[in-house]
Design a protein around this ligand. Sequence first.
Ligand code: FE2
Length: 434
Amino acid sequence: MGCQYFEPCQHGAESFTVMMPKLTFGRGCLSEIGERVKAGGHQHVAVFTDPFLKDGPYVDIVLRSLATSKISCEVFSDIRIEPDETSIMDGAKFLRNASYDALVSVGGGSVMDTAKAASIYSAHPADFTDYFAPPVGASQPIPGPLLPHFACPTTSGTGSECTSVSVVRVGALNTKFVLGSPWLLPKVALVDPACTDSLPANAIASTGFDLVCHALECYTAKAYTKWEHISDPNKRTLLQGANPWSDMSARKAMEIAGEFLARGVNDAEDREARDQLMWGATLAGMAFGNSGTHLPHAMSYGITHLMADIVTEGYPVASPFVPHGISVIVSAPTIFAYLSEGAPERHLEAAGFLGADCKDAMPSESGEIVSKRLIRMMQETNVPNGLSGVGFGVQDVKALAASSIRQSRAIANAPRETNLVDMENIYSNSISYW
Ligand SMILES: [Fe+2]
């Protein structure tokens, strides 16, 4: 292992870096938040959550725990699903209005990502796009430390509690882009699977496919040894390609999803499945936070850019809205069939981890096998049938590809080169699967 990674490249990177928060996992651990904050020496914290969780039981647990530990706090809940410039700058303003010494986030990916991004613009004010990579922004590095962040996820998919990235909508381009910096890594993650007990089936399915794709993308990503050698260790990004650490956590996350996703979606009382999915989401976050995702995530952003008049049942969000995990999975069966030519053995292994029958299968068959396994999982969990299931048709293919091709760094992390025409072909073959 280590340097002897698959397909080592003569002039590529020799090393990889792993970053992790102090992580606690288990039912009931949310109530540890007060003592965790106190142990960090903090006394006055900002609590970020969303309007739907604000008056609910999880925020109540957090507020009571903080009070018991004599930590004062104020709540910011003006957070939209799929955070944008407005909600992030509002969050930054909230943070600047008082002398908070730490930040607690309670919610899904949108809440944690808003907390991360607001923390940047509060500590280091700048034009909104300054810290984004081209073609969106000026690629300025985030100059220094942010408020210590205590992240408490309430969904089993995003993994944001374990990553140094924040995914936000850039209004000028009307699509999502990634802010990345080691400073964004939460200091503490409290992952309490009890928070997912009340989630409806479609939310478990959507977040579950986010976790599936995080893990599958990490496991099939370009090997870190194929990225350029880095002479300045401080310049090594965490989007560094597949490595032994991300392999380890991605593999287990796929095994969990293969075994428990349908159970967790179809039976809200199946605590074992929901606990496992929460652990799988955390593992997948540990993986992609240290390797990076690639094409399915890159191609999901065209969908969230161009969606219009799409109402997603069961979500308290105004149209247009396609849940993140759904926007990622609808093209994934075609994408992995395409990418398998670049890393056939890895795709075959991944299909097996997800529960496909790979007995006597050849690596050359891996694309079809992994694709069929994903489609089966989609059917078992009642998610939309490809792009047509979220309101797109062949007439949208060119625009979708033109939007997603802008995600250059993630596209470069895939195991096979992908150009605009390849993307158009992939979208064309993702209209429906059954
Ligand atoms: Fe994701």
